[in-house]
Design a protein around this ligand. Structure first.
Ligand code: SF4
Length: 329
């Protein structure tokens, strides 16, 4: 049985180093690079992952994108019933909700509830809110699922798949705690079954090893690292740290404005009074729809300490994506 080496390529330094290693060890003809497009990436990342890397390495980078057409159709059907006066319980049964639909709110939501083709935005529209660090479903729906489907399609051709993941224990304190804090042994190689294997070859590399791999291969890192970013992924990521957010707002205010526009749109598509904010605050300070990304940007410019520090505790330490698969960096 042939083996296809599938590398999840995010445009970050770790996934790029992993790709370089896979090509070095197995040859470009046996390696497939695949980019999960969230629709929430910086233009430099698209250019880097989809133009620079393919041309510098003479490879093709496949793109996968989550599609929520079915979820939109189901939600629209339910909202049409509520707009027509049916009670929520007739649709959702005994499930309890903190906020409740009204026919007016359902009609308002139906006006904006259409697929945009931007996976991140579509996921939030059908969910009626943004993911949070505690409920980080963005990674699962925007990256893990489409990438797994990609791997399964390759397996269906009769090949075995080694899924190369660019995850490093040393990436952050948060990652270290997540991977080692429980005492669980994180393996660099795992047999999943059904022809799928997971390979984490840079698990114990340091950041300098990763940049050295770029240098040796003659490949530049994503230019965002030279523009004040400590990690590359969504622009911004919900796990973005305070310093990164301040840099993003100063250098790329158009991305903050885009998120602010998403907040406005999603607040039209959710249950009345349901809090909609890109960054979820600690429960103590949650201000619902008043806690916009612009509030958080303003906070990012303040020094640490005081009341604001407590209110926004979730944002204080930069954290990696909580996926153990390194799909977001
Ligand atoms: S980079 Fe951040 S926001 Fe984007 S999918 Fe990963 S965890 Fe979610």
């Amino acid at each position: 049985m042939s083996i296809v080496h599938v590398v999840s390529m995010s445009g970050g330094k770790d996934s790029t180093a992993t790709l370089l290693l896979a090509i070095e060890l197995h040859g470009r003809e046996n390696v497939r690079a695949v980019f999960a497009d969230t629709g929430n990436e910086h233009e430099s990342t698209y250019e880097y992952a989809l133009d620079y890397i393919p041309s510098a390495l003479d490879i093709r980078v496949d793109v996968v994108k989550a599609n929520f057409a079915e979820e939109f159709a189901t939600k629209r059907k339910n909202l049409e019933r509520i707009a027509a006066g049916e009670p929520e319980s007739a649709i959702y049964g005994k499930r309890q909700f903190k906020y409740h639909w009204t026919p007016e709110a359902a009609r308002r939501a139906l006006k904006v509830l259409h697929p945009t083709g931007i996976p991140y935005l579509d996921l939030c529209l059908v969910r009626g809110g943004f993911p949070s660090r505690k409920r980080q479903y963005c990674t699962e729906y925007l990256k893990t699922k489409p990438l797994t489907e990609y791997a399964l399609e390759v397996i269906d051709t009769g090949a075995a798949v080694w899924s190369w993941q660019g995850v490093r224990i040393d990436e952050s304190d948060y990652r270290r705690e997540q991977l080692q804090g429980t005492g669980a042994c994180v393996k660099s190689f795992e047999v999943v079954g059904g022809g799928l294997f997971i390979h984490r070859p840079i698990l114990r590399w340091k950041a300098e090893d990763v940049f050295e791999a770029h240098r040796v291969a003659g490949i530049l890192p994503n230019p965002l690292y030279r523009q004040g970013m400590t990690r590359v992924g969504c622009m911004p990521c919900i796990n973005c740290g305070k310093d990164d957010l301040r840099e993003i707002a100063a250098r790329f205010p158009e991305h903050i404005e885009r998120i602010a526009e998403w907040e406005r749109l999603i607040s039209q598509a959710c249950r009345p009074r349901s809090p909609v904010s890109f960054f979820h605050m600690g429960t103590k300070g949650h201000q619902g729809q008043d806690s916009t990304i612009w509030n958080v940007v303003e906070w990012s410019k303040t020094s640490r300490g005081g009341k604001q520090y407590d209110m926004l505790a979730e944002l204080i330490e930069p954290a990696a994506c909580s996926s153990a698969y390194g799909l977001c960096e």
